[in-house]
Design a protein around this ligand. Structure first.
Ligand SMILES: NC(=O)c1ccc[n+]([C@@H]2O[C@H](COP(=O)([O-])OP(=O)(O)OC[C@H]3O[C@@H](n4cnc5c(N)ncnc54)[C@H](OP(=O)(O)O)[C@@H]3O)[C@@H](O)[C@H]2O)c1
Length: 289
């Protein structure tokens, strides 16, 4: 009797409970079975990884994969490094990192922006960029050659986020304190690209701050929970022109984000040696966009 080898996805979450969002997308991406573990850290992941790398023969190893999620991006990065440390020779499986949707959301947003305008040499401002999505979006824009400013309400937080992205991606980001809408309006005065990545339901800019800016080409807002991040950009905007600027709303580019997440899960099962982090996920987003 031939037993079909099932595609198993181990969903390792740094939070206490594995996120249901990631579980649903894991099945929709093609996993036959998703095994969720919460509270996973560098200290306790070893036996979980050993269990997946030693159990299947080389030809079947690609049918086991790992997804790393959770709300804490630094914890996710640390966990990814710990998982990689356990691998050796061909005793490995493919891994995807997407803490808080950071990589897929940032990659989808930046890929849509890149469709509308060249990024090299452009001035970009990532508003409230200290969260997982903003940090990765700022890094991806900078890797494409944009000059990126990352704002926070508190300078030290902006600075920490920029340092973390420099350490991880080797990119130079400019930290800027912008405490309120007026300060954020000032921060975008000479920008060509604005990507708002603030917390859900937090307005960051009013329409009057951006509608008359002559240099501004593209605005994107990741916040899908009203009130939205940029007044005047609609949640469903898919490259609509408003006041002469191209606008992307959270659901507008969120369709690509979801498709991208599913596509990445599907690709995990193509081979057993892939690491899908920001750069790889962004490359897939560019293909799909
Ligand atoms: N469209 C999609 O497909 C999709 C997918 C996933 C997530 N999202 C959305 O993407 C956005 C970013 O996600 P995230 O997890 O990176 O966000 P987050 O960590 O929750 O928040 C990002 C930043 O927002 C700032 N912030 C929080 N409260 C604020 C306030 N009252 N006023 C001004 N700034 C405030 C904070 O920066 P400072 O404290 O440094 O100022 C925080 O670091 C969220 O809106 C999320 O819902 C969208």
């Amino acid at each position: 009797m031939v037993i079909a080898v099932k595609k198993l996805l181990f969903q390792l979450d740094t939070d206490s409970r594995p996120a249901s969002f990631d579980t649903v997308l894991a099945y929709d991406g093609g996993a036959d079975h998703v095994i969720g573990h919460g509270g996973v850290s560098a200290d306790n992941v070893g036996p979980l990884v050993e269990g997946v790398i030693f159990t299947r023969p080389p030809k079947d190893k690609k049918n086991t994969a790992i997804f790393i999620g959770g709300s804490d991006l630094p914890a996710g990065q640390t966990l990814l490094e710990a998982v990689k440390q356990v691998f050796f020779a061909d005793f490995r499986v493919s891994v995807m990192l997407d803490s808080n949707g950071s990589n897929t959301t940032a990659a989808a947003g930046v890929a849509k922006i890149a469709l509308c305008t060249g990024l090299k040499g452009k001035t970009a401002v990532v508003l409230a960029g200290t969260g997982p999505v903003g940090q990765r979006a700022a890094a991806l824009l900078a890797r494409e050659g944009a000059e990126v400013t990352l704002t926070s309400r508190v300078f030290a937080r902006a600075e920490r986020a920029c340092e973390a992205m420099k350490e991880r991606f080797g990119v130079e980001l400019k930290p800027l304190e912008a405490f309120d809408n007026e300060a954020r309006g000032k921060a975008i005065e000479n920008a060509q690209i604005v990507f708002a990545t603030g917390a859900a339901g937090v307005p960051l800019l009013e329409e009057r701050h951006w509608r008359n800016l002559a240099t501004l080409e593209v605005l994107a807002d990741a916040n899908a929970t009203p009130p939205l991040g940029i007044e005047g950009v609609k949640m469903m905007d898919r490259g609509e022109r408003r006041h002469g600027k191209i606008c992307w709303g959270a659901i507008g580019f969120g369709t690509l984000k979801l498709a991208l997440h599913r596509a990445c899960i599907a690709r995990l099962f193509d081979r057993n040696d892939q690491i899908l982090d920001a750069e790889e996920i962004y490359a897939i987003a560019r293909e799909m966009a």
